[in-house]
Design a protein around this ligand. Structure first.
Ligand SMILES: Cc1ncc(C[n+]2csc(CCOP(=O)(O)OP(=O)(O)O)c2C)c(N)n1
Length: 562
């Protein structure tokens, strides 16, 4: 709908009221950012976001990431008001055990939450991964006259996300990849927990993003929903650049004594200040009571169902014209492995065991990958500038490259890039992989030295928390790596990550089992002699959906090497 004042004001005030009342009721939380971003939320969710509250999993929905996860009441209010299965009682139970309204948004718990956020900087990085996945899927599956993959990825983020170093890694890559359908709205309120950020955050953010190759829309009044909406409309026209919209806002907007102070950031306003805020906003309704006309203005159920129905029609036409591609797209987005994959995996393992080569396990890993990347077009590899050391590339995964217009280019063999040069950005790589996995359509894997898993650690933790199918290849996994010395030796890493450490020929078995959950595969730099041991491969494999898959050839073989 086209937003107009004063309806927009009331829609924004509904978010402000829900945020301050829920935080007050929980006696903890962050009212300031939701109150400050309320008008931005009206602009984006009231006018632009393509979603269907009745089906949060519609594959072509726009993705929305609340990178400043402490502002979770923004998202809960939006999900409730637009018609997701998040009743008002859940908002009354904000931050309570077993509620769907955790302190920070958690994917898989709350319908409509796309990723778990809270560790600042990772949300924007996940969003870069989602936008990348969209672009790559569109390249693979869209056909002339059939744009079945065609959505935006939107982000709200604050000063904290931009201060975190990972935002540099991710946003630099978003510029390099020309992710023009990524639109980030910066809540530029100049406040963080310790107060006015000016003394310790002096970056020129617009210039910083312009230098990354972003389209920057600066100095938008973040309390003018119409102005923000216009900026978003302009951003959607960006042909080859991601967009940063700098929204000037006041934290705690509406609160007479807390607005523009760090006290609004992370504590309840208190009963007296809430009363004053209600008066200042002209919001006369009791806590958790939203007038019918405000609900009606927010309601996105009908439009969402219509939007998805329209896409379903477009998909039916695509399916009629390109049945094989349509089938493959459905499989990929469901995250199911191809029917014959179990057999492929068994064949690869048998071949490795039969050959029993004396190679470094990173090489064994690459040999396994050679078979698996050929069988699984969804495997999207990469390395943080250690491709030749991690051995994550294969003949089916050429380097990913975009041309000047931002299109993904094919190599001279006609292959699309499927191996990402992340550059020296381990943390960015890990959180981008989380975003790719969350989007769906790909199984991301990426490599670095095991010792540098420390750089990526919190993103690995987030992948595990979110139960995402992300694979980390950690090579040079022992103190035996030698000449590089103690800086490059992993000592405590394997134990602290608590992962399996497959050896030698087990490399292919390791890869075979890494088709579900978050995994780290540790690989040696040095040759390892195959162990003399019995290999058994089950005749029945289990697919990701839990359905048994029959494998044609089962073996029980004994390796012939010492
Ligand atoms: C990686 C990380 N470090 C620290 C925190 C704790 N923390 C939560 S919010 C915040 C300040 C964020 O400031 P800003 O983004 O400006 O939010 P606002 O004050 O506008 O709500 C901090 C340090 C965190 N959530 N994540």
């Amino acid at each position: 709908m086209a937003i107009t004042q004063p309806a927009a004001q009331q829609m924004a005030n509904a978010i402000r009221a829900l945020a301050m009342d829920a935080v007050q009721q929980a006696n903890s939380g962050h009212p300031g950012a939701p109150m400050g971003m309320a008008d931005m939320a009206v602009a984006l969710w009231g006018e632009h976001l393509q979603h269907n509250p009745k089906n949060p999993h519609w594959v072509n929905r726009d993705r929305f990431v609340l990178s400043n996860g402490h502002a979770s009441m923004t998202l809960y209010a939006l999900l409730h008001l637009t018609g997701y299965a998040l009743p008002i009682d859940e908002l009354k139970n904000f931050r309570k055990l077993h509620s769907k309204t955790a302190g920070h948004p958690e994917v898989g718990i709350t319908p409509g939450v796309e990723t778990t956020t809270g560790p600042l900087g990772q949300g924007i990085t996940n969003a870069v991964g989602m936008a990348l996945a969209e672009k790559l899927l569109a390249t693979e599956f869209n056909q002339p006259g059939h744009h079945i993959v065609d959505h935006h990825t939107y982000v709200f983020m604050g000063d904290g996300c931009l201060m975190e170093g990972i935002s540099h890694e991710a946003c630099a890559l978003a510029g390099a990849w020309k992710l023009n359908k990524l639109i980030a709205l910066y809540d530029d309120n100049g406040i963080s927990i310790d107060g006015q950020v000016a003394p310790w955050f002096i970056d020129n953010t617009p210039q910083r993003f312009a230098a990354y190759g972003w389209n920057v829309i600066d100095a938008v009044d973040g309390h003018d929903a119409v102005a923000v909406s216009k900026a978003i409309a302009d951003a959607k026209n960006s042909a080859d650049k991601p967009t940063l919209i700098v929204c000037k806002t006041s934290i705690g907007k509406g609160s007479p004594n807390r607005a523009n102070t760090s006290k609004a950031h992370g504590e309840p306003l208190g009963a007296e200040e809430i009363k004053l805020t209600r008066e200042a906003l002209g919001w006369t309704h009791e806590p958790f009571v939203i007038p019918k006309d405000v609900y009606a203005n927010w309601d996105a159920k009908q439009s969402g169902v219509a939007r998805e129905a329209e896409w379903n029609k477009a998909f039916a036409a695509y399916k009629a014209a390109h049945p094989a591609l349509a089938k493959e797209f459905v499989r990929r987005m469901k995250g199911e492995l191809p029917k014959n994959f179990a057999q492929t995996a068994v064949d690869a393992v048998i071949a490795a065991h039969t050959k029993a080569e004396t190679v470094a396990s990173r090489k064994a890993s690459q040999l396994a990958l050679e078979a698996f990347t050929a069988a699984l077009p969804e495997m999207l590899g990469g390395s943080a500038d250690l491709t030749g050391s991690n051995l994550t590339n294969t003949s089916s995964t050429p380097a990913l490259r975009m041309n000047l217009a931002g299109d993904v280019v094919k190599n001279d063999k006609g292959q699309l890039g499927r191996h990402i040069n992340y550059g020296v950005r381990e943390f960015g790589m890990a959180a981008i992989m989380n975003g790719v996995a969350l989007h769906g359509g790909y199984i991301p894997y990426g490599g670095t030295f095991l010792t540098f898993s420390d750089y990526s650690r919190n993103a690995i933790r987030m992948a595990a928390l979110m139960k995402q199918r992300v694979i980390h290849v950690f090579t040079h996994d022992s103190i035996g790596l030698g000449e590089d010395g103690p800086t490059h030796q992993s000592i405590e890493h394997a134990a602290s990550l608590r992962w399996c450490k497959p050896q030698g020929r087990c490399a292919s078995t390791g890869w075979k089992h890494r088709t579900g959950g978050t995994s780290g595969l540790h690989r040696t730099a040095q040759e390892v002699t195959p162990l003399h041991r019995e290999v058994r491969i089950r005749a029945t494999e289990t697919s990701r959906t839990g359905q048994p898959v029959r494998v044609k050839r089962a073996i029980s073989a004994r390796s012939n090497t010492k």
